[in-house]
Design a protein around this ligand. Structure first.
Ligand SMILES: [Zn+2]
Ligand SMILES: [Zn+2]
Ligand SMILES: [Zn+2]
Length: 93
């Protein structure tokens, strides 16, 4: 476990989209979610590990994209699955 994330070059998106319909994968199967997470590489919206289907984690493993961010209002933390470290990103805007 590293002290800091070494994959920040994989971050393509720091900003959440203006409108989030919900977990993309839950919407496709009619599932439910608790909290939403966004992939910081491709922008996939998935559900958290407290949700029944854990689509954010499933996306990380399926895609190899290591970093997600919270998509919850007022939350701006990022999490790297490979380093198991949380961090914040200064978004310059
Ligand atoms: Zn990392
Ligand atoms: Zn889901
Ligand atoms: Zn992704």
């Amino acid at each position: 476990m590293a002290e800091a994330c070494t994959h920040t070059d994989r971050i393509e998106r720091t900003q959440l989209p203006d409108a989030i319909a919900g977990c993309e994968d839950c919407l496709a199967i009619g599932g439910r979610w608790l909290h939403l997470r966004m992939c910081a590489t491709c922008g996939h919206i998935g559900c958290c590990d407290s949700s029944p289907n854990r689509h954010a984690t499933a996306h990380v493993h399926a895609s190899g994209h290591p970093i997600i961010r919270s998509a919850e209002p007022g939350e701006d933390w990022f999490w790297c699955y490979e380093d198991e470290v949380a961090f914040a990103v200064a978004d310059g805007s």
